[in-house]
Design a protein around this ligand. Structure first.
Ligand code: 3HC
Ligand code: NAI
Length: 694
């Protein structure tokens, strides 16, 4: 049973007991209704306390039930709240730790509420692409006022319970034993004659409600253009203000039912569970003991090493930073300081905190100083010979049980592990640039990496606030291996008739933060060139358009050289279409005998995104990623894939794999079609009418 029922000296105690967060699934809702009815029918009971066991009062509706029959099966949450609100014996909610979404809505249906300080109070539905669907948009403004409520509903952000003391939400904030205080409160109100107060009966008072609602509407218009939910949140609150509680409630219900079906909501829920699922590795049990990480060392204080070190000191973990030369070491530390100074200037860090963070860094030139480190992350030049030197030396100085990690983006982790006598302790930690900002961390699992090393790295990743996704060893791991197919298609399309600005515009309209050509100009076209040169050697059979090489031969490496796929004015990052590049592209098409044609935006988006999904399917099939949502998390957190589309794999599912397969086969039959080797599991799933994420 997901709800416990006891009585304590004339007070019924209904305890939600549905770990981990007392989600309000069908059995919990039924348990609440049963509990209230039982208390109503027990003459010895004068009042009821409603509370939650474990780490939450309630985290809200059970999201896993959405779009299943259970979600709408009676008693729905609305019914359960109606029963609570309709109880003639007063119901007191005793709130600790978390009251979110439906959990808060349930509490708003009780007659009185007492809370422990430090409880997170929120209506976070908007973050899942929906709106509070059990009266939250109607009752919260009546409890805490229109402005505070609308802000909470539209942002989804949590507010600490003590900050809401003195509002109509809480009757008491209790410092000591919450249950005892709630029982005492219940006895007191139980002795009073009813009816007991209902939030729904209060008025929403505001001197200029219409003006304020319009103000919020204007603010949301700019930031939420791809998300329908924030707009609906405002509409629902407004409906209650204008037409009263009952009509507002009916309108809220209508909005909830339509939002929960939207692809945006599906995508946001996918990302919510995807993030949590990513930290679970199928063959590494969740109780695998993690190693203790008290001291970290970073080898190489360049672009990546500096950012990596910052992640740990931000989390209060001391870092020893090693370089080969004093000058490089000084430069590295100075860059870190400059970065923090920027944060201080923005008012997001105090000067004292800056000094504390710098003090956590111990710069050194000596490997002998690494003996204490529990985790050592290498971020030196991307050359196997240099990695060999470093890992052999680390094997000599690192203490037993220390984890040896490499930030390599292209090299074979198993070869790196083989430079040591402890390959079980070697793992990849592939950060993304800038490493102190980007959320993604690909954790590369070598063939000998031990399970407790993986468990430890996943745990420390959480501590430094990264989204960690496990990848097997392959060229480019998950993210870069897929992006290569995307870039290949982008280049072919230039050859076939498109121009860089058109390709970028189409994919940016789809929602990518930056198209492939603007991105390449920013990163430096020489980086891709170097990778392609290696590919030509390693995979001579693979067909690439040489159009980017021709650009690089002219020295147009991007923003840093004042021109790449676009022209740039000095000191300005705005990309201007280049006549010269256009002529070069047209001439190139002619040279390779390609007949230029008009390429539609739809074709651009399909070829780019389906190239990602098709490679993602192969990555799944090979076991490089253990689930489709892991791939989506890589793209959402590391590659600017639009959140409201949920990642390339979910997007392919949304389009339907049958349609994706047909499109791929169509492109495969055209010029440059040899680049499409359709993934067998995509075909198989399409035939079964299933998706990657089913
Ligand atoms: N439904 C189902 N499962 C949920 C859930 C929910 N509402 N909230 C959390 N969980 C699950 C997580 O998936 C996770 O499962 P796992 O252990 O199997 O991976 C587990 O609970 C623990 O979650 P966290 O790792 O996030 O634990 P934290 O302690 O860090 O955070 C929390 C707890 C603050 C409650 C956080 O989980 C959270 O923000 N949850 C989402 C809350 C939310 O969005 N509620 C609104 C739901 S929609 C709704 O109520 C509709 C209504 O208006 C009709
Ligand atoms: P970088 O050139 O900025 O920094 C490398 C640093 O390592 C230099 O400061 C150099 O002095 C130092 N170094 C070289 N040999 C050393 C040795 N034997 N011992 C100690 N220090 C040594 O390079 P960057 O960009 O920081 O790259 C480092 C690693 O991170 C590479 O493996 C790269 O592939 C990887 N990477 C880079 C990303 C990027 O966007 N720059 C993204 C993800 C991974």
């Amino acid at each position: 049973m997901a709800v416990d029922y006891t009585t304590r000296d004339g007070v019924a105690v209904i305890t939600l007991n549905n770990p981990p967060v007392n989600g309000l699934g069908l059995s919990t809702r039924a348990g609440i209704v049963e509990g209230i009815e039982r208390a109503q029918n027990d003459a010895s009971v004068t009042a009821i306390v409603l509370t939650g066991a474990g780490k939450a009062f309630s985290g809200g509706a059970d999201i896993t039930e959405f779009n299943t029959p259970k979600a709408t099966q009676e008693p729905t949450l609305a019914t359960a709240i109606q029963v609570v609100e309709g109880s003639t014996k007063p119901v007191v909610a005793a709130i600790h730790s978390v009251a979110m979404g439906g959990g808060l809505e349930l509490a708003l249906g009780t007659h009185y509420r007492v809370a422990a300080p430090g409880a997170q109070i929120a209506l976070p539905e908007v973050k899942l692409g929906i709106l509070p669907g059990a009266g939250g948009t109607q009752r919260l403004p009546r409890a805490i006022g229109l402005e505070a409520a609308l802000n909470m509903i539209v942002s989804g952000a949590p507010v600490m319970s003590e900050k809401l003391a003195g509002t109509g939400l809480f009757d008491e904030i209790v410092e000591g034993d919450l249950l005892e205080a709630a029982l005492a409160f219940a006895r007191k109100v139980g002795a009073q004659a009813g009816p007991h107060p209902r939030v729904r009966d209060r008025k929403i008072e505001h001197p200029n409600a219409e003006g304020f609602i319009q103000f919020v509407r204007n603010g949301v218009a700019g930031v939420a253009k791809n998300f329908p939910a924030p707009h609906k949140c405002i509409d629902a609150v407004e409906a209650g203000v204008k037409n009263g509680f009952d009509k507002g409630l009916a309108f809220e219900r209508e909005c909830f039912m339509s939002l929960v079906q939207t692809p945006e909501s599906r995508a946001l829920r996918h990302a919510f569970f995807g993030e949590r699922a990513a930290s679970k590795i199928p063959d590494v049990p969740s109780d695998t003991p993690a190693r203790e990480i008290r001291q970290v060392a970073v080898i190489g204080a360049g672009t990546m090493g500096g950012g990596i070190a910052m992640n740990f000191v931000n989390a209060g973990v001391p870092v020893t930073l090693l370089e080969t030369k004093q000058e490089a070491l000084d430069r590295g530390v100075a860059t870190i300081r400059k970065n923090y100074e920027g944060t201080v200037k923005k008012g997001k860090l105090t000067p004292e905190a800056l000094e504390q963070r710098i003090a956590l860094i111990t710069p050194t030139l000596s490997y002998e100083d690494l003996g204490n480190a529990d985790l050592i992350i290498e971020a030196v030049f991307e050359e196997l010979g240099v990695k060999e030197q470093v890992f052999k030396r680390l094997d000599e100085v690192a203490k037993k049980g220390a984890i040896l990690a490499s930030n390599t983006s292209t090299l074979d982790l198993d070869r790196i592990a083989a430079f040591t006598k402890r390959p079980q302790d070697v793992v990849g930690m592939h950060f993304f640039s800038p490493a102190n900002v980007m959320k993604l961390l690909e954790v590369v699992r070598g063939k000998e990496t031990s399970k407790d090393v993986l468990a430890t790295v996943m745990k420390i990743a959480k501590k430094i606030k990264k989204t960690a996704v496990v990848s097997g060893v392959c060229d480019g791991f998950i993210g870069n291996r897929m992006i290569e197919q995307y870039i290949r298609q982008a280049l072919f399309m230039l050859e076939e008739g498109a121009l860089p600005a058109q390709v970028d515009r189409a994919i940016e309209k789809f929602g990518f933060a930056m198209g492939p050509f603007r991105m390449s100009d920013l990163a430096g076209n020489d980086i891709g060139w170097a990778i392609r040169k290696r590919r030509y050697q390693e995979h001579p059979e693979m067909h690439y358009s040489k159009i980017a090489d021709r650009l690089c031969e002219t020295g147009r490496f991007g923003q840093k050289t004042g021109g790449g796929w676009y022209d740039y004015k000095a000191g300005d990052r705005t990309a201007h279409p280049s006549k010269l590049v256009e002529e070069m592209i047209v001439a190139f098409s002619k040279d390779v005998g390609a007949e230029r044609r008009k390429i539609s935006d739809e074709e651009i988006v399909e070829r780019l995104v389906f190239a990602l999904a098709n490679e993602g399917a192969k990555i799944l099939e090979e076991g490089i990623a253990s689930k489709a949502s892991d791939i989506d998390m890589v793209y959402l957190t590391g590659y600017g894939f639009p959140l409201w589309r949920g990642g390339p794999m979910l997007y392919a599912d949304t389009v339907g794999l049958y349609n994706v397969e047909r499109a791929i086969r169509r492109y495969a039959s055209r010029p440059n079609g040899d680049a499409w080797q359709i993934a067998p599991n995509l075909v198989e799933l399409a035939a079964k009418g299933r998706g990657f994420n089913d």
